[in-house]
Design a protein around this ligand. Structure first.
Ligand code: 9MR
Length: 455
């Protein structure tokens, strides 16, 4: 849910149209930089996963298949609940480069375009992996393969340059015993992973670069330690890595370990974001779903959770009914357990640092159209903040919100969104009322966005 608007104040020195645009109390909160002021009064519980996660600055995502985008039950449900998307297969190597140096972005773009047209962000998955390689790559080795990997990363990242929130640069490169997995990529030299990350940073400096793997959930497991040691080594030598994805497949015989939060916080302590990237749980155990969600929200740098599919029938392990919606799209008990944990955090998580806004809220917003959009402050973190917007005067409004560069609008909830750019958002009602929200990554510019409302 979104943080509700601050109660209107009768500020006498502020022109009426400014009050209409920007709640004066909230504006001074942000201008003063009081990071302790996290949200306004009593919050109601959010009713979707994405909105509930957004209260603490996190996302809740799902894997989307291009082939299902014509299934309206699937798209309606996904658009309602989630605010982050991973293409289940469409951005993998075999999909994007079926013949060497001939790229096909059609299916990947379908998923990307669907996501952003619904106000969602996208995680790229995945650039370098031993699996799902096209035939031509499987038969390469040595320098030819190393160069092909570099070319693949450069070309695919150039296509999505500036558009994605995260990229899984390297996927599943470790054995269960913590050693490197043998593969044609590994055979090109042990430095292939860092070469992939350095290539990725040079190709797109705006996206966060992740290492992603499964069975790295248990802190005392050898594979977890192997990956941890690699990330620690990368950080100490300046190899660019921004995040670690714990796939968190608690299916096929595995379950949430009791030390899961230790694993998350230990990776986070290395200075990387952590995300749960492909969650599913055998028979959607409510206690395990609660536990994994709680472990994430307990760690400030656990930035979001993605479940690996929408309904049980969409799962790669559908026989284990491991997701949050049944095949008919009904919420399962596990859905409620996840939502409750997310709502229990609300906007009350203390901001991880004390970075303070330095720029006063704008006082020159133009009068809006024939409806009014009132902005109020939500949670504030060191790198981003939430705003809640309530529209009055119409139920068929269009609000255009503009943030000054280099700030970016990185997530929305409870609207139908279109994005002329990362700085401009066009919001329309999604049938769920007139209060909605955004997360803004300030990138050093704390000036509030301007909004105009038209009917
Ligand atoms: O869910 C994906 C399935 O449709 C594909 O057939 C499979 C092919 O490897 O990949 C599945 O997704 C995997 C993900 O890309 C990486 N981690 C494991 C996932 C489940 O196998």
């Amino acid at each position: 849910m979104i943080t509700p608007s601050a109660p209107p104040r009768r500020a006498t020195k502020v022109p009426r149209w400014v009050r209409g645009v920007l709640a004066a109390g909230a504006a001074s909160t942000l201008a003063l930089g009081a990071v302790a002021v996290v949200s306004s009064s009593a919050s109601a519980a959010a009713s979707t996963l994405g909105a509930a996660a957004a209260q603490s600055g996190r996302y809740f995502g799902t894997a989307i298949s291009a082939g299902k985008l014509n299934d309206s039950a699937y798209t309606t449900l996904a658009a309602r609940e989630f605010n982050m998307v991973t293409a289940e297969n469409e951005m993998k190597i075999d999909a994007t480069e079926p013949s060497q140096n001939q790229f096909n972005f059609g299916p990947g773009d379908q998923v990307y375009n669907w996501a952003v047209s619904h106000g969602m962000q996208v995680r790229g998955h995945t650039l370098a992996w031993h699996s799902q390689q096209p035939g031509w790559m499987q038969s390469l080795s040595g320098t030819a393969l190393r160069n092909a990997m570099i070319n693949h990363i450069q070309k695919v990242m150039a296509h999505y340059q500036g558009k994605l929130a995260y990229w899984d640069v390297v996927n599943e490169a470790f054995n269960e015993d913590g050693s490197r997995r043998q593969s044609n990529l590994q055979a090109t030299g042990n430095d292939w992973i860092e070469v992939a990350f350095r290539t990725a940073r040079a190709a797109d400096s705006s996206v966060k670069l992740c290492y992603n793997d499964y069975n790295i959930d248990n802190w005392s497991y050898a594979k977890t330690q192997g990956v941890y040691n690699m990330v620690r080594d990368f950080k100490s030598r300046g190899v660019p890595i921004d995040c670690v994805g714990l796939q968190a497949h608690f299916t096929g015989g595995s379950s949430v370990p009791s030390n899961f939060q230790t694993t998350i916080s230990s990776f986070a302590a290395l200075g990387v974001d952590v995300a749960l990237t492909e969650v599913d749980v055998t028979n959607a155990s409510t206690s395990q779903y609660s536990a994994l969600t709680q472990a994430c929200v307990n760690v400030a740098r656990c930035v979001g959770i993605t479940v690996w599919g929408v309904r049980d029938s969409d799962s790669w392990r559908s026989g284990e009914s491991p997701l949050l919606f049944d095949g008919s799209g009904n919420k399962k008990a596990a859905y409620n357990s996840v939502l409750n944990v997310l709502n229990s955090v609300g906007g009350s998580t203390p901001p991880p640092t004390t970075a303070a806004p330095t720029t006063a809220a704008p006082t020159t917003n133009p009068p809006t159209g024939n409806c009014t959009a009132t902005i109020s402050a939500g949670s504030i973190w060191n790198d981003r903040y939430n705003l809640s917007i309530t529209v009055t005067g119409s139920t068929t409004w269009t609000v255009t919100m503009t943030v000054p560069t280099p700030a970016k609008i990185i997530a929305t909830w409870n609207i139908t969104a279109t994005w002329p750019s990362s700085q401009v958002l066009i919001a329309k009602p999604n049938g769920n009322g007139n209060t909605w929200g955004v997360t803004i990554q300030h990138n050093g510019n704390w000036t509030w966005p301007t909004v105009t409302c038209t009917t």
